[in-house]
Write a protein of this length. Structure first.
Length: 224
């Protein structure tokens, strides 16, 4: 028998509103929703908490309940966080998925970048080197995350973007943003700098091997 995963009443309600073109939007109060959906406030409140965790709605004082534009990352992160706490190997598996995603989508992603996007990548490179060469040295993790996500930001695929965003949350959760020796960081940002140079020149055939070498460097760090 194929296992199925039942949908909550509130999720069905949200999807129906969205299919009618009413999304994102303000929603009735809990009592109003309870009456419309014919379920108890207690049960509805539980389902609302799940929807919040999935990034589907927000609840703010004096504003009320509002549905949000769809993002895939929150739902991925909920499950991924649990997985990597069970076993670090799940992070390595997800890294492998992310690696294949970036290989596959790099040409399409780079082709969609604007001149301003490419300038932003160059600025991130500059900021990273300023941190690495400063006194005291600072780890350019924020720049690292923004660097990779900027490359793929123009893809019109919410699922690819969501998986990549969830990867960076996992990267932080396992502590890879906290410390690495200077030689490793210098190698990483050398690869990034060369990758941006290839992207600016629209030389995809040079960009892909650089991305592969960059990932190999990260895998070596995990093994060590």
């Amino acid at each position: 028998m194929v296992e199925t995963y039942p949908l909550s009443d509130f999720l069905i309600y949200l999807s129906e509103r969205a299919s009618e073109g009413d999304h994102p939007c303000s929603l009735p109060s809990l009592s109003g929703l309870s009456e419309q959906m014919d379920i108890s406030v207690t049960r509805l409140r539980e389902q609302l908490e799940v929807a919040k965790a999935l990034g589907l709605v927000e609840v703010r004082p004096r504003v009320g309940i509002r549905s949000l534009p769809y993002k895939f990352a929150p739902s991925v992160w909920q499950s991924l966080f649990f997985a990597i706490k069970l076993d670090h190997k799940y992070f390595e598996d997800f890294l492998d998925l992310r690696r294949h995603l970036e290989y596959a989508y790099l040409p399409q992603a780079v082709e969609a970048l604007t001149i301003k996007d490419k300038e932003a990548l160059q600025e991130l490179i500059q900021r990273a080197w300023e941190k690495l060469e400063g006194r005291p040295v600072r780890i350019p993790h924020e720049e690292h995350r923004k660097f990779h996500l900027t490359i793929f930001q123009r893809l019109e695929n919410v699922f690819v973007i969501g998986l990549l965003e969830a990867y960076w949350d996992a990267y932080e959760a396992v502590g890879l943003d906290v410390y690495a020796d200077m030689k490793y960081l210098e190698k990483v940002w050398n690869y990034h700098e060369r990758l941006v140079e290839a992207i600016v020149r629209d030389e995809f055939e040079d960009a892909l091997p650089l991305l592969k070498d960059h990932f190999d460097l990260l895998m070596d760090r995990l093994v060590c």
